[in-house]
Design a protein around this ligand. Structure first.
Ligand code: NDP
Length: 243
């Protein structure tokens, strides 16, 4: 391990951006602790990282359960003696028009995308303060900056985590670094959870121009690689779309 190697916990590491981030950060020499509900995926990813010479372990995690998130972060801490970075990545996006009244899906987005992030902060912040520093990285979206049809509630969750991240930055200056990463459409399994037919159809044209998840992983790698006095607060990464 080099002296720039960190202990990094990643939520939602079983697919998409979380899995790409785990691979990239392990290749950078960091020690990874991975969480999600699909432990078969985490086991395979952990084996892959280990076989490539990296360091990774995993634990089942449901970010909607505050106790579970605390146990996840504590497990990373027990294993490595510290947690330098928490990547609050887990998210869901069951888009629909508001008048479809899919209230269960609204609740699920709020529970995973907002409460899940708050649970991560609550679990990691005391540990990071006690060890003298840390870095909280949160996945927002371009939907944290603008609203589009069928995405009102999803965007609301991402506006919310952007606000939370900015508040955390203001209150944590000098102790904890805070980075918000906001991708445009990215290849992943995120859109598979869209059940509403209107939103599903609209998503097809977006997915045609998606970024590879590795591009988002690269942005996170960059934020982590900065020296301790440099805090990268916001990164927006969009696919280039021809005019
Ligand atoms: P994926 O669907 O591929 O990954 C989402 C991850 O979140 C999975 O690993 C899933 O794991 C995990 N997850 C969902 N619910 C829970 C839960 N309750 N507890 C723990 N983990 C959970 O999508 P992406 O990789 O695209 O999404 C990652 C993040 O990036 C999200 O926050 C998303 O909003 C954001 N984002 C994505 C964009 C895109 O276009 N793909 C664009 C902008 C932002 P499991 O089901 O195994 O629990």
């Amino acid at each position: 391990m080099t002296d720039t190697a960190k202990v990094v916990a990643v939520t939602g590491a079983s697919s998409g951006i979380g899995a790409a981030t785990a691979r990239r950060l392990a290749a950078d020499g960091h020690r990874l602790f991975l969480g999600a509900r699909r432990t078969d995926r985490l086991a395979t990813l952990t084996e892959e990282i280990t076989a490539a010479g990296g360091t990774a372990a995993y634990r089942r995690l449901d970010v909607t359960d505050a106790d579970d998130v605390r146990a996840f972060v504590s497990a990373a801490h027990e294993r490595h003696g510290r947690v330098d970075v928490l990547v609050n990545n887990a998210g869901v996006m069951p888009l629909s028009p508001l008048d479809a009244l899919r209230t269960d899906e609204w609740d699920r987005m709020i529970d995973v995308n907002v409460r899940g992030v708050l649970h991560g902060i609550a679990a990691a912040l005391p540990l990071m303060r006690a060890q003298g520093g840390g870095h909280l990285v949160t996945l927002a979206s371009v939907g944290a900056y603008e609203v589009s049809p069928t995405a009102a509630v999803y965007c609301a969750t991402k506006f919310a985590v952007r606000a939370i991240s900015e508040g955390l930055r203001q209150e944590s200056a000098g102790t904890v670094r805070v980075t918000l990463v906001s991708p445009g459409v990215t290849e992943s399994e995120l859109a598979d959870g869209i059940c509403d037919p209107t939103a599903r159809e609209a998503m097809k044209s977006y997915r045609a121009v998606a970024l590879p998840a590795t591009a988002v992983a690269e942005a996170i790698s960059y934020a982590l690689a900065q020296p301790p006095h440099v805090d990268v607060n916001e990164i927006v990464v969009r696919p280039v779309v021809s005019a």
